[in-house]
Structures are given as structure tokens and as C-alpha cells.
Write a protein that binds this ligand. Structure first.
Ligand code: GCU
Length: 446
């Protein structure tokens, strides 16, 4: 028997759906429905704000003009339009070593372990975040360190039963049994592939890490928790340039540096700041703001990090603001459909780190983060390094995959996906060796 399916209602539904999606995809408020552009020929023409010209059009020609005028101006523009401003309130910090291990048979061969509570007090309240530190057991003097925030808790970076488990909010991971925004012992070591701790200490470096959610939980709660809650002035409305979460995480990284300055075993003048993805955006902002960071490394940081926003390739300003509104200040939210009106683009964030060494790493399959846009931003930041008398990036084209290039401005495009791999670490440590004058073949001794 033949059954006739009435054609009209179905086609009506299809037409309505197609129409709705088309309307939504062009509506400015509907960045979620717009398909990401991955076609280089569709990248719009754009002009980048000049590195060596002040906002009112004056040429920047000397090192002094760079450090005294243009660099502070760039930081101020990013504060006002992108990441937001940290409230100007007095705060106190206190550091407490809550655990240390000089065990003869340590879980990480060759390493000493320290766990430090960083306590911050402001407006009569306190916030505590915990830093895990591994240091080489053998060293002749203060130790250079990598500092990096982590995504899943300090205990997730390493198989070490003594690492304390955070009780802060974490992202749920249903496949790992994390459903109530609290982590557990079962996640110990799950991210160890991203953290070659043994190799880091073997090469003479310390590694310090803090769970980013200890500083500020990564969800939009109108800034009621984390360090926002203790530093924001009680009872005051949030300004349009009020700090978002990236600024909060970056502020937390500077508190880690405050601790290093008190710790005789650590060389606070040789700290390489590293971050992956949203934490790569954070590393760039923290490194630009705080000149005490000797080296700044961004891994796959993409939109709002190392990638040029004006290319609108992969993730866009419209989309990032829609999905992660709490990362930025509210002024940034207004630039989704007028990215060319931003007084900055991300090359200026990299330039603001000059003359200190900076390294940008991309991954070939990480199109969402726009590897080419990351390379071009680094390249476009070059004039600041040249003005400061440092090596700028001489490459005019992206290097082949898995080849690290550059001196003061380093870059590589790793083959593969969005991740941090042993290859990335090897490039970062080689870069740090060069700048910290460490002889890698010599067990890390200077
Ligand atoms: C998302 C987001 C990116 C971010 C990444 C991450 O993909 O869109 O901007 O870098 O998450 O931090 O893992």
C-alpha cells in the first residue's frame, strides 16, 4: 500500500527553519549562528593601528618615547577597551608554605616540591589561591622558573599523591565523573601530557602553577566571586571598563611573582610566563602589564590573545564576547560588529611586551585560533622590538611546521591540534635557555 506523506507542512517547516537561520546569521546579536570563516580569500581588507604612532598621531622615534609614552598608552587602551581595569584599592598579601617535600625519593625524580597559599586581603575580605612548585634538587643558585596557570587543578598536572586538591569551582567533566563543579582525587595526573615536569627540572628550571579557578571561577556570575569579589568596591556599580576574568587571572599571576621575590631559592628576575589558550591570552595580558616577567609565552591563544581580531578568521570578537562575556570588560562587548573601530588590535598587546623576549606558538590544525593571524600579529609587533634595539622577527612568511624561528621574538607552528605538547615545551625551554643563558647540555647550570 502506498502512503502519501503530505508535502506542504514539511516544506513549510524546512523553509521557516532556513529563513530563521538566515535571519539569525546576519543579525548582529546572533554571533552564535554565524559560521566561522576559514577561507583566507574571505579575510576582509583591514588596516592595523600603528605601533609607533601615538593615538593622536605623533611618531614614536626613541626608546624613551616608547617606554614613557606609547607603551603606557597601549596598556591603557587595552584596559579601557578590552580586558578592563583592576580597581585601585589597597590590598595585602601573605604567603604560607603549607606543604614542602625534600624527600629522598620524590614522586617527580630530581624535584623538590613546595605548596604555597597566596592569601590576598582587601575590603575586609580574604581570597586564597594555592601555588604548586617543583624545583630542581641540584642547583647552584636561585632557580629560573616557568610560571603557568592550569585548567583542572594542580593535582591534574602530575601523578603526585601529595598535591593538594582544590575545593574551588571547576568545570564539569561528565566522562570523568565531575558533575557538581567540584574536582576529586580521581583526576590526579589527567593533564600530565601537557606538563613534562621531570624534563623541566632536569633542564634546570622550576615549574610553578596555580589552578586558574582558585583566582577566579570561569563562569559568568556578574563578578560575585573570585578576586573580583574582594577587590571590587562594595556597593559600587561596575564601570564599563571594569576588569573581566582574564584581567583577574593576570592579576593573580603577578601575586605569584610577589611570592617569588620573597623566596631565596627562586630567581624572580628569570621567570618565564607561559599560558595555553584562554590562559595564553592571560599570559600576554599579565606579561604586558607586569614588566617583572622576564619572558612571555603564548600557546594557541587565538582571539583576544595573539591573533589579529581584524582578520575575523576562526573565532571572532563577536563570538567570543557572546560565549565568554565575563572574560573581558563590557566596553569590548560593543566591538563585535565594528572590530575595525577598536583602537587596538592584538599585535599591540605583543608589542607592549617589548623589549622583553616574547614567544608565540600556534598549531596547524587549530584553525579556530587562527595560526596565521597569530604569526601576523607577532610580525606586526616587530617595529617596537626594532625601535628598542632588539632583534625583530625577520621571517616574512610563516615558517614550515615544527620549526622554531626568531631570537627576541620567537615563533613556531606545531603540527597538530590545539594542545601543549613536549615539542612545544622543548621550543619554550630552548628559547628560555638562550635568554637566561642556560647551557642545556650542562644540567641547567649557568
Ligand atoms: C574556546 C574559546 C577560545 C579559548 C579556548 C580555551 O575554544 O573559544 O577563545 O582560547 O576555548 O581556552 O580552551
Amino acid at each position: 500500500m502506498k502512503i502519501d506523506i503530505p508535502a506542504k507542512p514539511v516544506s513549510c517547516l524546512v523553509v521557516t527553519t532556513v529563513l530563521l537561520i538566515s535571519i539569525l546569521s546576519v543579525h548582529p546579536a546572533c554571533a552564535m549562528f554565524q559560521k566561522a570563516n576559514y577561507d583566507e580569500s574571505k579575510v576582509p581588507a583591514f588596516e592595523l593601528p600603528a605601533v609607533l604612532k601615538t593615538d593622536d598621531g605623533k611618531a614614536v622615534q626613541t626608546y624613551h618615547q616608547w617606554t614613557e609614552v606609547r607603551q603606557p598608552e597601549i596598556l591603557e587602551l587595552f584596559r579601557q577597551h578590552v580586558y578592563g581595569r583592576v580597581p585601585d584599592v589597597p590590598f595585602e598579601t601573605e604567603f604560607e608554605i603549607v606543604e614542602s617535600d625534600d624527600d629522598a625519593n620524590p614522586p617527580v625524580p630530581g624535584a623538590l616540591r613546595r605548596q604555597v597559599n597566596i592569601k590576598v586581603r582587601a575590603n575586609g575580605q580574604e581570597k586564597v589561591f594555592r601555588m604548586l612548585i617543583y624545583l630542581p634538587r641540584q642547583s647552584d643558585g636561585p632557580i629560573p622558573c616557568f610560571l603557568s596557570l592550569n585548567f583542572d587543578g594542580n593535582h591534574a598536572i602530575v601523578d603526585d599523591p601529595a598535591v593538594l586538591v582544590t575545593d574551588s569551582w571547576v568545570r564539569n567533566l561528565a566522562d570523568r565523573g565531575i558533575t557538581n563543579n567540584r574536582t576529586s582525587d580521581s583526576l590526579r595526573g589527567i593533564k600530565k601530557s601537557r606538563w613534562p615536569v621531570e624534563e623541566i627540572v632536569r633542564r634546570g628550571y622550576g615549574l610553578a602553577t596555580i589552578y586558574y579557578g582558585d583566582i577566579d571561577p570561569d563562569y559568568h556570575d556578574q563578578f560575585q566571586n573570585g578576586v573580583h569579589a574582594i577587590l571590587d568596591k562594595p556597593g559600587e556599580d561596575r564601570p564599563d571598563d571594569g576588569w573581566g576574568s582574564i584581567a583577574a587571572w593576570a592579576w593573580g599571576l603577578s601575586r605569584a611573582l610577589d611570592y617569588f621575590e620573597t623566596a631565596p631559592q627562586i630567581d624572580a628576575e628569570r621567570i618565564a610566563l607561559l599560558g595555553h589558550s584562554r590562559l595564553g591570552k592571560t599570559a600576554l595580558w599579565a606579561g604586558a602589564n607586569d614588566p617583572r616577567f622576564a619572558i612571555v609565552i603564548s600557546n594557541n591563544s587565538g582571539c583576544g590573545g595573539a591573533a589579529l581580531s581584524r582578520r575575523e578568521f576562526g573565532e571572532t570578537v563577536a563570538r567570543i564576547n557572546k560565549v565568554f562575556p565575563h572574560w573581558f570588560c563590557s566596553n569590548f562587548h560593543s566591538y563585535g560588529q565594528r572590530v575595525n573601530e577598536l583602537p587596538v588590535d592584538q599585535h599591540l598587546l605583543i608589542a607592549a611586551i617589548a623589549p622583553r623576549p616574547v614567544y608565540v606558538a600556534s598549531a596547524s590544525d587549530d584553525r579556530w585560533a587562527d595560526p596565521r593571524g597569530e604569526f601576523l600579529a607577532l610580525k606586526a609587533a616587530s617595529p617596537a622590538y626594532a625601535l628598542c634595539g632588539r632583534d625583530d622577527l625577520s621571517e616574512t612568511e610563516m615558517p614550515p611546521v615544527n620549526q622554531s624561528v626568531g631570537q627576541q621574538m620567537g615563533y613556531h607552528l606545531r603540527q597538530g591540534k590545539h594542545d601543549v605538547t613536549p615539542f612545544d615545551w622543548q621550543c619554550f625551554m630552548d628559547f628560555a635557555d638562550r635568554h637566561f643563558q642556560i647551557d642545556a647540555g650542562n644540567g641547567g647550570e649557568k
